[in-house]
Design a protein around this ligand. Structure first.
Ligand code: CAA
Length: 285
């Protein structure tokens, strides 16, 4: 019988983690929302508040439904509070050692039937899984930014992921209104493997002063009908995250397409991380 998912946890409340919390809470599932300390918890709470306020102001969510949504989310800085959750999704920054450390901790706290999922974009789910005592219950569940909006999830199965685990996560994605696709454990999976070469090329074009940021974005948005241009999308994804994804993909495939454009690293070092820091290729109020 398929698992019941009535209470889940999300570890990491950055852009993706906070969005994933919202997706669950919108679908009447209780969520334990975890960050490393109180300041980070408050930041994550702010992201959720901002997103639901926006939905209320656009008339997409009533104030009562907003209150109900927030009442389903329990914020904490204690990872031990995942103990009675049926699923934990990790959405911390893309560093393998950090993710492995978190999975080892989760493995020690959750019940024997709980599923452990990672939202990694490009790291090896297998390498993360083997940091636990039971890699069969580890799976990738990769959402897209903005998570509350985009109706797609890649479900990543390693060579040892149990069939039931995998099927239950696919069914859960459908319950959340997302179309799940099944994909193997290779850096970038489907969407990022296709997307990031293009984004990196746009950054290189900007860096070489071949065209302005506005013209590069206009070409793809207006000329090709994409919802947003590549540099605006880099700002949405976060330049630090985009750098880590490209770097991992480059190290795995060694193809020049994914060798991160030098300006990307410089911008990240200078604190220009895109929308989340107020400035990236563009400046945000
Ligand atoms: N959080 C929650 N909701 C958001 C949002 C956010 N950050 N940004 C936009 N929305 C909502 C809006 O509230 C609005 O909802 P309603 O229609 O219900 O009112 C809807 O999305 C459309 O927003 P806007 O009208 O403001 O703007 P838009 O029509 O230009 O859409 C967009 C904005 C959804 C971001 C759209 O431009 C888009 O889809 N862009 C491409 C995004 C993309 O490619 N994402 C994938 C990135 S790669 C990735 O995520 C993988 C990875 O591992 C890094």
């Amino acid at each position: 019988m398929a698992r019941e998912f009535s209470k889940v946890a999300v570890v990491g409340l950055g852009t993706m983690g906070a969005g994933i919390v919202e997706v669950f809470a919108r679908n009447a599932i209780d969520v334990v929302a975890i960050e490393v300390d109180d300041a980070a918890v408050e930041k994550g709470r702010g992201v959720l508040q901002h997103s639901t306020d926006r939905a209320v102001s656009r008339g997409k969510l009533s104030e009562d439904d907003q209150a109900a949504l927030h009442s389903r989310v329990h914020f904490t800085s204690s990872i031990d509070e995942v103990a009675d959750c049926q699923l934990v999704i990790e959405a911390v920054p893309e560093h393998l050692h950090l993710k492995r450390e978190i999975f080892a901790k989760l493995d020690a706290v959750v019940g024997p039937d709980a599923i452990l999922a990672t939202n990694t974009s490009s790291l090896s789910v297998t390498e993360i899984a083997v940091a636990t005592s039971n890699p069969k219950r580890v799976v990738g569940m990769h959402f897209f930014n903005p998570a509350p909006v985009l109706q797609f999830v890649e479900v990543i199965r390693t060579v040892v992921t149990e069939d039931e685990v995998f099927e239950d996560v696919k069914a859960l994605a459908q319950r959340l209104g997302k179309q799940p696709v099944v994909v193997g454990d290779k850096a970038g999976f489907i969407a990022n493997a296709l997307l990031f070469g293009y984004l990196n090329h746009a950054v290189a074009m900007f860096e070489s002063k071949y065209a302005s940021r506005e013209d590069i974005d206009a070409a793809m948005k207006l000329g090709c009908g994409y919802p947003m241009g590549p540099l605006a999308l880099m700002d949405l994804i976060g330049l630090d995250t985009a750098y880590e994804i490209l770097d991992t993909m480059y190290k795995q495939g060694r193809d020049r397409l994914h060798a991160p454009s030098p300006i990307l690293k410089q911008m990240v070092s200078a604190g220009l991380k895109g929308r989340k820091s107020g400035r990236g290729f563009y400046t945000y109020a």
